[in-house]
Design a protein around this ligand. Structure first.
Ligand code: ADP
Ligand code: K
Ligand code: ZN
Length: 433
């Protein structure tokens, strides 16, 4: 089977525009009625839902920002009563509180179908045995992809993360044919497989890799080492999670399905870029119920590509993600904002507000993050036990907020350079993937 949803995947532009407009109207009406945050934003701009008379009126609508989630924490962005929310996920916010997203039963179904459509696009079917080697928990990549695999009808293996030899053993013993994980973990799995002479024993043919930026070189390396095809999978929790943009067999840009999302790629002045140009990906959800996003600024920089694809599908297409418009960094697939670190250390009296994040890649090609902080002048002591206690507190407070283990270096007061301008908070020594 080539298509999961043939009618939608090959729909002509005129019909698709009409469908998009119908769904946009409904989403706009719903947020105006049900979400005080949106009503306020619309009112500030003097826009009413009825002012949206065609897709050309989209620029009249307000943007949604990542900080809006923090400001309306936890459930203030939801568009339905909690009775209708059947699942919660969360991802890093810009400061201490995470960004919380909620799903109705319809959302979970739509998300599953969206993923099944993408999986079918790269040639997977109910015959595949599909290992999901990402964190199962509040992150969307675990249960989200899992739901997609089950919707497709393939066999889901919820492997989670860690214990790489055991992961490979499962892949061999269960005859795993498809894998979802981050590209950096795929590389580590590949190296471990090669070192242990396991590549010939693997039945793996397809990798769906995402949650962090990667390059064409990285793809070649992973494909050659594992003897598979590897596809870029892009997503963000605000729009369901993984599966929002996905490569097809042409491996030349990602499809974003227009029946679910209204796509804009905007330049610095907020104007839509022309084909081939770079800009920030801005998404409006068209089918979501629990959490509806109007013109959400993803912060991800991409290129707008021509919609005609050799695979025969019609959809908006974008290039792989080229970078970020803000200072967000991605560590082992997990988003980290320097402001989160700032927030944590500002609550610890023994350290100053100065800090630096140092990123490196370890011998397993996995990201390591170290946060350098300074002792306050009056906290200085040569009592090692006291110093260790302070360090432990920084480690565990960071762990609570970032959900990743970081190294912490306690430095003497004044060690971190004070600059006149914007402080350099991140030193990224990782070789590009
Ligand atoms: P997820 O768990 O799916 O990564 P998050 O909401 O935690 O969802 O993170 C979303 C962010 O991760 C995106 O805004 C983007 O910056 C990054 N990201 C996700 N997939 C990719 C990808 N394939 N390429 C580059 N960046 C990606
Ligand atoms: K991510
Ligand atoms: Zn295609």
């Amino acid at each position: 089977m080539k298509y999961w949803d043939p009618k939608i995947e090959t729909m002509n532009r005129k019909e698709m525009d009409a469908l998009q407009f119908k769904r946009l109207k409904k989403s706009v009406k719903t947020v105006y009625q049900n979400v005080p945050f949106y009503r306020r934003k619309f009112d500030e701009l003097g826009v009413k839902p009825d002012d949206i008379r065609s897709l050309a009126d989209v620029p009249k609508l307000p943007h949604t920002l990542r900080t809006d989630f923090t400001d309306n924490y936890p459930f203030g962005m939801f568009a339905v009563p909690m009775d209708d929310i059947i699942r919660i996920h969360s991802s890093s916010g810009t400061t201490g509180k995470p960004k919380v997203v909620g799903y109705t039963r319809g959302d979970i179904e739509n998300w599953g179908n969206l993923l099944a459509r993408n999986f079918t696009m790269v040639g997977l079917s109910h015959k595949d045995i599909f290992q999901n080697s990402v964190n199962y928990g509040l992150f969307t990549g675990g249960l989200g992809i899992h739901n997609g695999i089950e919707t497709l009808g393939a066999t889901a293996i919820p492997a989670g993360t860690g214990n790489t030899l055991r992961q490979l053993e499962m892949m061999v013993d269960f005859g795993v044919t498809a894998l979802h994980c981050t590209p950096s973990y795929a590389l580590y799995l590949a190296e471990t497989a090669v070192d242990n002479n396991l590549v010939d024993k693997l039945k793996l043919k397809t990798g769906c890799l995402g949650a962090e930026p990667w390059s064409e070189n990285m793809r070649k390396t992973i494909e050659d080492m594992l003897e598979i095809k590897a596809y870029d999978s892009y997503g963000l929790s605000e729009m369901f999670g993984p599966g929002i943009a996905f490569e097809c067999p042409c491996q030349d840009g990602m499809h974003i399905w227009d029946d679910h999302f209204l796509v804009e790629v905007l330049d610095e002045n907020g104007e839509q870029v022309s084909e081939g140009e770079k800009g920030e990906l801005v998404l409006t959800s068209l089918t979501k119920e629990g959490l509806i996003n109007i013109r959400y600024r993803t912060g991800d920089i991409t290129k707008l590509l021509e919609p005609e694809c050799e695979c025969g599908r019609c959809s908006t297409r974008v290039s792989r993600m080229i970078g970020r418009a803000d200072d967000m960094i991605i560590v082992r697939g997990i988003n980290v904002f320097p402001t989160q670190v700032q927030d944590v250390i500002s609550k610890i009296p023994e350290v100053t507000n100065q800090f630096q994040i140092v990123l490196t890649r370890n011998s397993k090609n996995l990201d390591e993050m170290t946060v350098q902080v300074e002792l306050e002048k009056d906290a200085f002591t040569d009592d090692i036990i006291k110093l260790e206690r302070i360090q432990q507190r920084v480690v565990s407070d960071l762990m609570n907020v970032l959900s990743i283990r970081t190294g912490v270096d306690l430095l003497e007061f004044g060690s971190i350079e004070r600059t006149g301008g914007k402080a350099k908070r991140v030193i990224d020594n990782r070789a590009p993937l």
